[in-house]
Ligand binder design. Structure first.
Ligand SMILES: *[C@@H]1O[C@H](CO)[C@@H](O)[C@H](O)[C@H]1NC(C)=O
Ligand SMILES: *[C@@H]1O[C@H](CO)[C@@H](O)[C@H](O)[C@H]1NC(C)=O
Length: 273
């Protein structure tokens, strides 16, 4: 027990968080998430993808940023005045295989389970804001709620698979209003971005945002965030890193999990109080 306690004190006070264990703040009044999604019978209007992506695999297109949490409150999912929860209604197009659909439902369930005030439910007729999860364009989407249906693209492409629990949760968290962890205003205190080894078409995924656009909500840099990238992501030379941990933090483990880190949960709960 002792080493764990010491480590958690260190990370809270002085450094980035690592290897955090997700903690759910289950609202017992919320209905359990329907993992079979039996309620989906109708399809909502298919939204238009605005602005063709310039390149596949670009996972945040047409973004208005905020964690890297967006500050712009117009990009948040609206609170349901009746229930007091933020409705995050979804529709999954029929193109996915049964296994892929199950994976998407598992990721949606993580949001419903871990984020106290966000209620994830299938789309119902008349609901104007919803996430339209469709197959295509690698893994991509917009950051923060878009008016009308909002597309989240997922597929297995030549760039690799976006059909993993980590990536599905990552893309859906963009839709909730979060940018990449490594675009935080303070990221240069933790990581060195190796621009020369990043494929030019993907450089913007490493663009740092100002504190006018994004907020870290006072949280420590989180090496375990589901919104992080791998240290070799989008490398020209795949044997070399695109992001390096600064020597100061080299004793810490870098790496995302397939679930939210503790800080992820804290930040999302702060955005949806
Ligand atoms: C609010 O939630 C209730 C209960 O789930 C639902 O019937 C209602 O349609 C929701 N309101 C809006 C504006 O979506
Ligand atoms: C998904 O299915 C729809 C309707 O059947 C079809 O129009 C669309 O092209 C399909 N998309 C993919 C990526 O297979």
């Amino acid at each position: 027990m002792l080493p764990i306690i010491v480590l958690s004190l260190v990370v809270v006070c002085f450094g980035p968080t690592v290897g955090a264990v997700p903690v759910g703040s289950l609202d017992l009044n919320k209905e359990p998430f329907d993992l079979e999604a039996r309620a989906i019978e109708m399809a909502p209007p298919a939204p238009q993808w605005v602005g063709a992506p310039q390149y596949p695999g670009d996972d945040t297109i047409g973004v208005q940023v905020e964690r890297s949490g967006l500050i712009d409150t117009a990009k948040r999912w609206p609170k349901n005045a009746t229930t007091g929860w933020y409705d995050f209604n979804y529709y999954i197009t029929p193109n996915f295989t049964a296994a892929e659909k199950s994976l998407i439902l598992v990721a949606l369930n993580i949001i419903h389970r871990d984020i106290a005030k966000v209620a994830v439910r299938p789309w119902v007729s008349g609901k104007k804001e919803y996430v339209y999860i469709r197959k295509g364009l690698a893994g991509s989407g917009y950051v923060g709620m878009q008016k009308g249906g909002q597309i989240v693209n997922l597929e297995v492409s030549h760039l690799g698979t976006c059909m993993t629990k980590h990536t599905v949760l990552h893309e859906l968290t963009h839709a909730l209003g979060f940018h990449h962890e490594h675009t935080r205003p303070d990221r240069d205190s933790y990581l060195e971005i190796v621009q020369a080894n990043i494929k030019p078409a993907y450089l913007h995924n490493f663009q740092k945002y100002s504190s006018q656009t994004v907020t870290t909500a006072g949280t420590a840099y989180d090496f375990a965030s589901v919104m992080g990238y791998g240290l070799y992501s989008f490398a020209i030379n795949p044997a070399q890193q695109t992001m390096k941990i600064l020597p100061k933090w080299s004793h810490l483990t870098y790496g995302w999990g397939a679930e939210y880190s503790r800080t992820d949960i804290t930040e999302i709960n702060l955005m949806y109080p």
